[in-house]
Every structure is written in structure tokens, then in C-alpha cells.
Write a protein that binds this ligand. Structure first.
Ligand SMILES: Nc1nc2c(c(=O)[nH]1)N[C@H]1C(S)=C(S)[C@@H](COP(=O)(O)OP(=O)(O)OC[C@H]3O[C@@H](n4cnc5c(=O)[nH]c(N)nc54)[C@H](O)[C@@H]3O)O[C@H]1N2
Ligand SMILES: Nc1nc2c(c(=O)[nH]1)N[C@H]1C(S)=C(S)[C@@H](COP(=O)(O)OP(=O)(O)OC[C@H]3O[C@@H](n4cnc5c(=O)[nH]c(N)nc54)[C@H](O)[C@@H]3O)O[C@H]1N2
Ligand SMILES: [Mo]
Length: 743
């Protein structure tokens, strides 16, 4: 029997079961993701969590801070025992320390599926049980989500981030795409919730055939696909704002700035223009390591046709990450094309498949979320500070907040020991709470740092509804195989826990998982003329009606509708932000040099082309890219030669934060002085004498610091390192072997 299914990297079909299970792309998908190649081999991989497991020390000594967390073996227990332990611990912590002592922020991508989505299940369970401290914003867009509302208003920020000018409009109208951070296509296979039709490369090819040219400003040549026509400005990481200011400088100096647009649609232009004094191409060229003439020429080309300035999400995942957004918007405002088809500003073309990817005139079916009665929040990338600094205060977006005293951490659907910075510090932080509960299908590093690990099903083992924002189809995610060993659906786990805590009916509303799917679907389809559930389910998918892909970002604003900023205009100077008095985020676009470092190489820690974050790292598509089983670190042949490193050597990448083992891959696509190690190799701390992580997770090397006091966003994209050849004994990888006590 063939089952239809979906993932964040696209819809697919499944045949067979167990270790014989195979996966093929959804037949209607013109450009399916290579990441589908990870699924089959991961399905019954030995790194699956088979049974509920409890850390030995916690089982013997009970809850409490414990530096052994992450280093101790686990004991398998029955479901009833595990659920009794978790219910009792939740009750104890809420009673003795209050509801804010439960941290349910649980950041992470989990899996596709509108109903079984892990965080939605967890949030509902914790909210109905008294609430919890939660997290806001994302690692993806930590700076943008906070600074953009100050520049273009809340609705404007939503339009920039969640819609953007659609790709077909760009394909039809844009002459020049100036892409800070490039337009990676490997990343656009991914869309939260999935995507039935991958069309970004198709649109880019059509645009190129019509005459679009791309200038990719990036330290890596292959941030722009070789098949697209364009130029590469190989800047040093963290210097984009300097280049943007110099481009603006040339536009103003040469009479190419649109002063009418500045006067009618912005505030603070006078200050911005004044700040351009001295920001010459020669100055920026020195900072960014490119030629001044290239900046001059680019500025003139930008003014000569329909130009879209786009800033990739990666640029704001860095210290002062608010600034490239603000400077990029200011540059686009100077050109005066904001709101024109194919011109103006964009954010994240090449970051995610749904940017410019169309819109639906209605929401998708969603598991209802009751309000969380606990007011405490952290920006998600402050997780280690939350655990290490209870009772202390932090700045965030004009307010002063206090870190709650966390006793119980509950994580479902994320892998902080993949995603957070300075993982050695995170290990110290995870030693602090009394109890850590993790739901996982796999024995990730986060599961290893828990006290109670509950095994959950994967999407192949349950039923769900799959679609992403602006998607073309709703996919019936049909069960393809039985649950692995004793794995259970998150819904069943939380229903059982809610039963022990006395609120099962509130949590389930008396429905089974299948009844919820029918309920959510039927309530949603009623006004859309769509077929009843049984018909949809049997067909495996349905086309979503009313989808549009002709959005022009800020067209209404250009035509006279005010933005919801204090001025109603684009704020090139924000009195609100200036009023916060943050030296690290003043009231308008400001150049901050990247942090100085004694380490000579910039290390780009970007998204992995062979997997989604850390998910399915044991899968074939991820494994075929490894070098001697370790994550590849790319570096320029000249940098390698200077260090006596040959292609395929094992190397140690290190700095003051930590060290990793990785496999050298020589590639002149890296600007000299720049190396690149993608995120997501499963953290392996089993040989600390050799390296903090012997598998190549770059977050052993990144600093745990926020973008600024404004947004406190993740800054993991870039760090500074040295790389040396590693000739010592090679420690085995332990990260894919479950940490179970052997009899
Ligand atoms: N240095 C550096 N670090 C970064 C970044 C960077 O650019 N540089 N990027 C950041 C970004 S943008 C992001 S979004 C984060 C991503 O960080 P995460 O979202 O935490 O990474 P994932 O590997 O997707 O983790 C999802 C986890 O959920 C599990 N899972 C899947 N399905 C289910 C389910 O149904 N239930 C449960 N309970 N679990 C499930 C998976 O096995 C996996 O372990 O990483 C961030 N970290
Ligand atoms: N295959 C795959 N696709 C994914 C993901 C994945 O894990 N795997 N994750 C998804 C998620 S959650 C997110 S948030 C998005 C993230 O989307 P992005 O943040 O846009 O993706 P990255 O790959 O981290 O970064 C893109 C490029 O930015 C460049 N860059 C880094 N620093 C600088 C700089 O200072 N200046 C300039 N000019 N360029 C710089 C790097 O060369 C890098 O290759 O990707 C999504 N897509
Ligand atoms: Mo992300």
C-alpha cells in the first residue's frame, strides 16, 4: 500500500514498511528536495528511542541540579512508571515553586503536520495545567522580528517576513537582484509545515531567461547557484552594512537618490543622509575586502533599472543583526522603488521556500491553543541565561524582564544541543534545573541531557494534515508503518499525563487523534467548497483554492495607505528605539565592525544542504557528505596549504569557546580567510580530551551572546576560529548509539 506523507522539505509517497520502507517524491512536485533521501534509512535506525528511559542518577537520587546530566546512562522503564514520574514531578514543581518554574519554551522545528505538531501539543498540555514560562521569537529571525516592527510597523513586518513580493512578480519585472547573503537554493527546499510544489528554482530560471541579473554579496560563491547569471562580491562576513552605506553614499553623491520618495514615505532620512559622510566606496572596500570600483558600479546599476535589494536571514543571525535589515531598507528607500512590482526590498529570498511563495486567503487547520496564564517569557536564544541566572534581569525591546527560577524543563520537538550557541555553556545550564523531560523519536544530544526521555512516533507512524504557508495542496499524511517499539504519539502521551493530573477531558475534549483530524478539517473546509474528510483522505491530497502569487510588497503603502509605525512611514530613524538608549542598537542604521578576534579565520555556520538542522543526520543524504564520518569544513585551498591541510584530512577547528573535529574539504568557493561548517552534526562530547565535539557541530565554537539589547536574537551564523590538521588517535563516534545501561 502506498501512503501519502509530508515533511518540512516537501510532500512524498511511501511504499513498504520497516527496513524495507522506500520514499519517492510527490508526483506533482516539479523540483523535489534531495533531503527526501534521509527518510528511509532513519525510519528504523538504532538511534530511535525504543522505550521510556530514565537517567540513572535521577532515578536513584530524585530530582535536583546535577552536573552528571548528559554523561550518565539511562534505564528503560514501563510507560506507566514513566508517566507516573513525570506527572508527580510536574505536580511537585507547580506546588512548591509555582507555574513559572516550568519552562515550556521548547524551541524547535519538530515535524510537519498540523495536529501532531509537538510544540502545539506541549503548549496546550502545559497551558491547561497552569501554564509555564515560554519563549518568543525564533532562532531564524531573532533580530528581524523585533526591529522590523519599529521600522515598518507590525503589519509591515508581517508582510516583509511572511509574504514579500512573490517570485512570479520578480520573474516578470526585476532587472537586478542585489542579494546580501546570496540566494541559496538548497535552503529553499525547506518550508515550515511542508510544501507540495517546489518552485523557487523554476522561477529563478524563468527570471534569468527574461534577463534578471543577480549580484550576490557573500563570502561564499555558491550562495548563488552556478546556473544563474550574476556577479559575486566576496565580502568579509559581518561587513554588509558598510557596503550598504557606501552604495547609499554613491547614490546620494551622484544625484541618483529618490528624494521625493524619502520625503513622502520615510522619516529620519535627513539623519540617515548625514550619517553617510565618509562612508565612501574606498572606506567600505577596505572594511569588506572588495574593490571600491565594484561598489561604485553596483550603485549605478541599481539606479539604472528595476532593482530589488534583498537581505538573507543569515545576516541578522549575528552580532548587531538588527543593522543589516535597517541599512538594507534605507538603501532600498533611497532607490525609491519600494512598492513597485519587482523593486524595493525583500528579506529571505533564498532563506526559505515560502518567502515570495504565494498566499492563501485563509488560515490552515490548527490545534486550538488556550491562553498561557503565566506571563514570564524569554527571547528563545536566552535559554542558557534563563537557567544560569534565575532572578536576574535582562533587557529586551525597551523593557526590563526577570529570569524565572526554572525547576523543570520540558522539551518536545527541538534540539537545543544542536541549535543553541556555546554548547559547553548549555551543558552547564542544563545541570541547573531539578528535572529535564524530553520527548524524542531519536536519542539526540538533548535527549541525552534529559532525566526522563519519552519515545514518540514519527510522522510515518501517525496520521496528520500537512501544508505550509502559501502551499498549493493540503496533504493527507497517512500512516505508513506501525510505531517503532513502544513509541507513542505526543497526543496520547499528553492525554495520559493530563489524565493523571485531572484534566484529561479539557485536553482531549473527548476526541481521539483521528476524530481531531476530522474535526479540524471539517470546521475548516466548510466555507471553501472542499470535499468531506473521507473523500480528501482517500485521495491523499487536495488543491488549495484561492491561492495567489502576485503580491507586490508595500504596493498599498506606496499608494497612500499608512504603515502602523508612529509616523505611518518607514522609520529610517525610530524615536522609539532611540528612546530605549541602547548603545548596541541606536535609533537608526549604524555600522558596527564585527567583533575583534585573535583567531584568523571567519567560520560561517550556515544551514546544512544535506538535512534539516540536526534532523536525520544518520540518513543517506546527510551521511554521503561527511568526510571520514565527520562534518565537512570547507576552506580555501590557500588557507589549507598555509596550514599543511590536504583535502580529506581530519582537522581540529578551535577557539576560546571550544573545539570540534571535522573533515577538511578544500574549495575555492570560500573567500580566502573564510571557512564554512554547517550546523546540525549530532553533538558528540564523548572525547573531551580531543575536542568539545568530535563530530563537527559548530555550536561548540559559537559565542552565546544576543544580537543586541533590543532583540536578544541568536548570533550563531559566524564565529572566528583557527584550523589545524589532526593527526592524533581518532575517537569513535558515540552520538548515534543510545546511552542505555547494559545489563
Ligand atoms: N550556529 C548556528 N546555530 C543555529 C543556526 C545557525 O545559523 N547557526 N540556525 C538556527 C536556526 S535558524 C534554527 S531554526 C535552529 C533549529 O533548531 P531545531 O529546530 O531545534 O533543530 P532540529 O534538528 O530541527 O530539531 C528538531 C528536533 O525535533 C525532533 N522531532 C521531530 N519530530 C518530532 C515530533 O513529532 N515530536 C518530538 N517530540 N520531536 C520531534 C527531531 O528528532 C529533532 O531532534 O537552529 C539554530 N541554530
Ligand atoms: N537544506 C536546508 N534548508 C534550510 C534549513 C536547513 O536546516 N537545511 N533551515 C531552514 C531554516 S530554519 C532557516 S531559518 C533558513 C535560514 O536561511 P539563511 O539564514 O538565509 O541560511 P544560511 O544557510 O544560514 O545562510 C545563508 C548564507 O548567508 C551567508 N552569510 C553568512 N554570513 C554572512 C555575512 O555576514 N554577510 C553576507 N553577505 N553573507 C553571509 C553564508 O555564506 C550562508 O551560506 O534556512 C531554512 N532552510
Ligand atoms: Mo530557522
Amino acid at each position: 500500500m502506498t501512503a501519502s506523507s509530508s515533511s518540512h522539505w516537501g510532500a512524498f509517497l511511501v511504499d513498504g514498511t520497516g527496513s524495507g520502507l522506500t520514499v519517492r517524491p510527490r508526483p506533482g512536485d516539479p523540483d523535489p528536495s534531495p533531503l527526501l533521501g534521509n527518510i528511509a534509512g532513519a525510519h528504523r535506525h538504532p538511534s530511535r528511542v525504543a522505550r521510556p528511559a530514565v537517567r540513572k542518577g535521577w532515578l536513584e537520587r530524585g530530582p535536583g541540579p546535577d552536573p552528571a546530566r548528559g554523561d550518565e546512562a539511562f534505564v528503560e522503564v514501563g510507560w506507566d512508571t514513566a508517566l507516573d514520574l513525570v506527572a508527580a514531578e510536574l505536580r511537585r514543581v507547580r506546588r512548591d515553586h509555582g507555574d513559572s518554574a516550568v519552562y515550556g519554551g521548547s524551541y524547535g522545528w519538530a515535524s510537519a503536520g498540523r495536529f501532531h505538531h509537538a510544540q502545539s501539543q506541549l503548549n496546550r498540555f502545559l497551558a491547561l495545567g497552569g501554564g509555564c514560562t515560554r519563549s518568543v521569537n525564533s532562532y531564524s529571525l531573532g533580530a528581524s522580528l523585533v526591529v522590523l516592527p519599529h521600522i515598518v510597523g507590525r503589519r509591515g513586518a508581517h508582510a516583509v517576513i511572511r509574504r514579500g513580493t512573490d517570485w512570479p512578480v520578480i520573474a516578470a519585472h526585476t532587472d537586478l537582484l542585489v542579494a546580501f547573503g546570496g540566494v541559496r537554493t538548497a535552503t529553499t527546499f525547506v518550508t515550515p509545515g511542508g510544501r507540495a510544489t517546489h518552485d523557487v528554482r523554476g522561477h529563478l530560471r524563468a527570471a534569468t531567461a527574461r534577463g534578471l541579473r543577480v549580484t550576490s554579496v557573500s563570502p561564499l560563491r555558491d550562495d548563488l547557484a552556478g546556473e544563474l547569471r550574476g556577479d559575486w562580491l566576496p565580502v568579509r562576513p559581518g561587513t554588509d552594512v558598510a557596503v550598504m552605506l557606501a552604495l547609499a553614499h554613491v547614490l546620494v553623491r551622484d544625484g541618483l537618490a529618490d528624494h521625493d520618495f524619502l520625503a513622502s514615505h520615510t522619516v529620519g532620512a535627513d539623519r540617515f543622509l548625514a550619517s553617510l559622510a565618509g562612508r565612501t566606496p574606498a572606506w567600505a572596500a577596505g572594511v569588506a575586502g572588495i574593490a571600491a570600483g565594484d561598489i561604485e558600479r553596483l550603485a549605478h546599476r541599481m539606479a539604472a533599472g528595476r532593482t530589488l535589494v534583498t537581505v538573507s536571514w543569515s545576516l541578522q543571525r549575528a552580532p548587531h543583526g538588527e543593522q543589516p535589515l535597517w541599512a538594507g531598507l534605507a538603501l532600498a528607500a533611497l532607490l525609491g522603488q519600494i512598492g513597485l512590482p519587482g523593486g524595493g526590498f525583500g528579506h529571505g529570498y533564498g532563506s526559505m521556500g515560502d518567502v515570495g511563495g504565494g498566499t492563501l486567503p485563509y488560515g490552515l487547520p490548527t490545534f486550538p491553543q488556550p491562553p498561557n496564564p503565566v506571563p514570564d517569557v524569554i527571547p528563545c536564544a536566552l535559554i542558557a541565561d534563563l537557567l544560569l541566572r534565575p532572578g536576574e534581569t535582562f533587557d529586551y525591546d525597551g523593557g526590563v524582564h526577570t529570569f524565572a527560577d526554572t525547576r523543570l524543563v520540558y522539551w518536545a520537538g527541538g534540539n537545543p544541543f544542536h541549535h543553541h550557541q556555546d554548547l559547553a555553556r548549555l551543558r552547564t545550564a542544563f545541570a541547573r534545573p531539578d528535572t529535564v523531560v524530553v520527548h524524542e523519536p531519536y536519542w539526540t544530544a538533548t535527549a541525552r541531557h534529559a532525566d526522563v526521555v519519552l519515545p514518540v512516533t514519527t510522522t510515518l507512524e501517525r496520521e496528520d494534515l500537512g501544508a505550509g504557508r502559501g502551499d498549493t495542496h493540503l496533504v493527507a499524511m497517512q500512516r505508513a508503518d506501525a510505531p517503532y517499539a513502544e513509541a507513542r504519539d505526543e497526543y496520547a502521551i499528553f492525554a495520559a499525563l493530563a489524565g493523571r493530573l485531572g484534566y484529561a477531558d479539557a485536553f482531549t475534549e473527548g476526541r481521539t487523534a483521528r476524530q481531531w483530524l476530522e474535526h479540524l478539517y471539517e470546521g475548516w473546509r466548510a466555507d471553501k467548497g472542499l470535499p468531506p474528510f473521507a473523500e480528501f483522505w482517500a485521495a491523499g491530497e487536495l488543491a488549495l483554492p484561492g491561492r495567489r502569487d502576485d503580491t507586490v510588497l508595500f504596493a498599498g503603502f506606496r499608494a497612500g495607505e499608512p504603515l502602523d509605525t508612529p509616523s505611518g512611514r518607514i522609520e529610517l530613524h525610530s524615536a522609539t528605539v532611540a528612546g530605549f538608549g541602547y548603545p548596541d542598537c541606536p535609533g537608526g542604521p549604524t555600522w558596527f565592525p564585527p567583533p575583534a578576534s585573535a583567531y584568523p579565520l571567519s567560520l560561517i555556520c550556515n544551514q546544512p544542504a544535506g538535512r534539516l538542522h540536526s534532523q536525520l543526520d544518520m540518513g543517506a543524504e546527510s551521511q554521503r557528505r561527511k568526510v571520514r564520518g565527520r562534518e565537512p569544513v570547507r576552506l580555501h585551498p590557500a588557507d589549507a596549504a598555509a596550514r599543511g591541510i590536504a583535502d580529506g584530512d581530519l582537522v581540529r577547528v578551535h577557539n576560546d569557546v571550544g573545539s570540534v573535529l571535522a573533515g577538511a574539504a578544500l574549495d575555492d568557493a570560500c573567500r580566502p580567510g573564510v571557512a564554512q561548517l554547517s550546523t546540525g552534526a549530532w553533538f558528540d562530547h564523548s572525547a573531551p580530551d580531543v575536542a568539545t565535539c568530535v563530530h563537527g557541530n559548530p555550536n561548540a565554537l559559537t559565542a552565546d551572546a544576543g544580537t543586541s539589547r533590543l532583540a536578544q536574537g541568536c548570533t550563531g551564523q559566524v564565529t572566528a576560529v583557527e584550523i589545524t590538521r589532526y593527526d592524533g588517535p581518532v575517537p569513535p563516534l558515540r552520538t548515534f548509539t543510545p546511552p542505555l545501561e547494559t545489563a
